[in-house]
Design a protein around this ligand. Structure first.
Ligand code: NAD
Length: 270
């Protein structure tokens, strides 16, 4: 007897995503899946990678019991890797009662702890965290595992997860990391390098249990982002970044290896 699964669906809000969402609900009802706003086991996102980022942040306090799955209505996404014409297959696989336990992949996340005059606050990022100077060059000391590493001057710093390495990090010439690696990557955004100022100039990959602290020079206006979110802050004392204890779970009803997604998205046919 198939076990009924609880799901929540988030769509991007454009006409195609809304139409697919309506189809999904209809098929899901036919196959006995239950809609649940508060306690879903699977969160379905219909739209693009940005929609998945919204879904992740909406349910980030329930990561231990939720699996995410994404359908793209634009170009192939990294998190949204099901095509619109595969909707029925997806609903059928979700409803077949086989359970999720052996049909998931877990990806590492980035933990960001920001300390300011107002105290300390933690965030989880699925893609990345960025710190930039708002109206002037960012000047910040980077410490790795509590040891001073460099004094950074430039536009900013991007610290990404392995699954986020194909996003902003890639535009900064960072390496693409397979999400089975529990690591974070520090990439520079337009660092100033001359006889006076010096940074490492390469991306750094930190394993689990290492941490990077960013200590901005006081009295700077800063811009902070966590994934798609811009977070207003004043007077930041320090930012600690590390691999998070929690992971995000994606439902893998059929295999779509990371390197195949990289090839499809960035290389195309050869
Ligand atoms: P958006 O609408 O500007 O989309 C940015 C693009 O990033 C989209 O094409 C999306 O598919 C892609 N993307 C998102 N996550 C990805 C991933 N893990 N791998 C590969 N591509 C990915 O913004 P949004 O939809 O709100 O997404 C926010 C994300 O945009 C941020 O997390 C950041 O990674 C990215 N971004 C990139 C740059 C850049 O490359 N210069 C600048 C700012 C933000």
């Amino acid at each position: 007897m198939p076990v009924s699964l609880n799901y929540f669906l988030l769509d991007r809000g454009d006409a195609l995503s809304r139409e697919l969402a309506a189809n999904f609900h209809r098929l899901a009802e036919e196959k006995g899946l239950r809609r649940s706003e508060n306690a879903p086991e699977v969160v379905v996102s219909i739209g693009g990678d940005g929609t998945m980022l919204h879904a992740f942040h909406q349910f980030q306090d329930q990561l231990d019991r939720i699996a995410f799955v994404g359908i793209h209505t634009g170009h192939l996404g990294f998190y949204a890797d099901w095509k619109p014409n595969e909707l029925e297959d997806l609903v059928t696989l979700m409803a077949d009662g086989g359970g999720l336990s052996n049909r998931v992949v877990k990806y590492p996340l980035l933990r960001v702890q920001i300390t300011s005059d107002k105290g300390s606050e933690s965030f989880l990022a699925l893609n990345e965290f960025t710190l930039k100077g708002a109206d002037a060059t960012l000047v910040a000391q980077l410490n790795i595992n509590d040891k001073p590493f460099e004094m950074f001057r430039g536009d900013g710093i991007c610290i990404s997860t392995p699954s986020g390495s194909t996003a902003y990090n890639k535009s900064l010439n960072g390496a693409l990391l397979h999400p089975s690696l529990e690591a974070i990557q520090i990439a520079e955004i337009a660092s100033i390098n001359n006889r006076v100022y010096r940074t490492i100039g390469s991306s750094l990959v930190l394993p689990k249990h290492h941490h990077c602290d960013i200590i901005p020079r006081k009295t700077q206006k800063l811009l902070i982002t966590v994934d798609h979110l811009a977070i207003p802050y004043s007077s930041i004392t320090s930012v600690r970044t590390t691999v998070a204890d929690q992971k995000v779970t994606f439902a893998r009803y059929r295999p779509f290896p990371f390197w195949s997604r990289v090839k499809d998205a960035f290389v195309g046919d050869i």
